[in-house]
Design a protein around this ligand. Structure first.
Ligand code: MG
Length: 223
């Protein structure tokens, strides 16, 4: 049944969401935007340009949108680099043991983070099948990123399982026809993930690492 595991990056493989939250808040200072930091978790998974376009009610091709995204990217780079999410290495190692390939599907376009993946998780990810914001026109909550990941891997989306921490990411994976494991690593209630169609729910990557092997094995018994 599962022939591919697709991992989201921010809030799943890297403990990066607090940095994104800080960077966005600083970016919006002085813009007059009525902004609350919690929005970053609600809309996590969207590409930066889609997020800014939505908040300011402007087009993604509007020069202001590009300028704001560039500023956010600069601010993010000036903050300390996020660390690997505790338990993520073990979770990827558990997937590797099953023989099922693991890839990353992210709304991020931060190339320095994408490069950091290979250093943090050497040999555990099929980096050539990775999908970032640069690969799709429509980001999460549209199914496109997960459809693109499955396509790159040559796997039917129904045969893939996704690991996500964000409601919009769960929505995207569910809409793509994949099974979804939600790992709630942020401040939102569990219902925000279950309501979008999560099939399994854990509260840490460590907890996931102890169960993902069983979930994959169970699926092969169903064949
Ligand atoms: Mg995420």
């Amino acid at each position: 049944m599962y022939r591919l595991v697709m991992f989201d990056m921010d809030g799943v493989l890297f403990d990066s969401m607090p940095m994104h939250a800080k960077a966005w808040s600083r970016t919006f200072e002085g813009t007059g935007l009525d902004y609350e930091e919690s929005k970053v978790y609600l809309y996590e998974g969207m590409t930066a340009s889609a997020y800014v376009a939505m908040l300011f009610n402007i087009g993604e091709n509007d020069p202001r949108c590009r300028e704001i995204c560039a500023r956010k990217s600069e601010i993010l780079k000036s903050l300390p680099e996020p660390v690997a999410m505790p338990g993520a290495f073990e979770a990827l190692a558990a997937v590797k043991e099953t023989g099922v390939p693991a890839i990353v599907v992210t709304g991020s376009a931060h190339t320095h983070m994408l490069e950091k993946l290979s250093r943090a998780y050497p040999g555990l990810l099929k980096t050539e099948w990775m999908v970032s914001a640069l690969d799709v026109k429509r980001g999460k909550p549209n199914p496109d990123p997960y459809l693109a990941g499955a396509k790159k891997a040559g796997v039917d989306p129904c045969d893939a399982i996704v690991v996500e921490n964000a409601p919009m990411g769960v929505h995207a994976a569910h809409a793509a026809g994949c099974r979804v494991i939600a790992v709630n690593t942020g401040p939102l209630p569990d219902s925000s993930l279950l309501d979008e169609g999560a099939d399994f729910l854990f509260h840490s990557m460590k907890e996931l690492s102890e169960n993902i092997g069983k979930i994959i094995e169970m699926s092969s018994e169903l064949l």
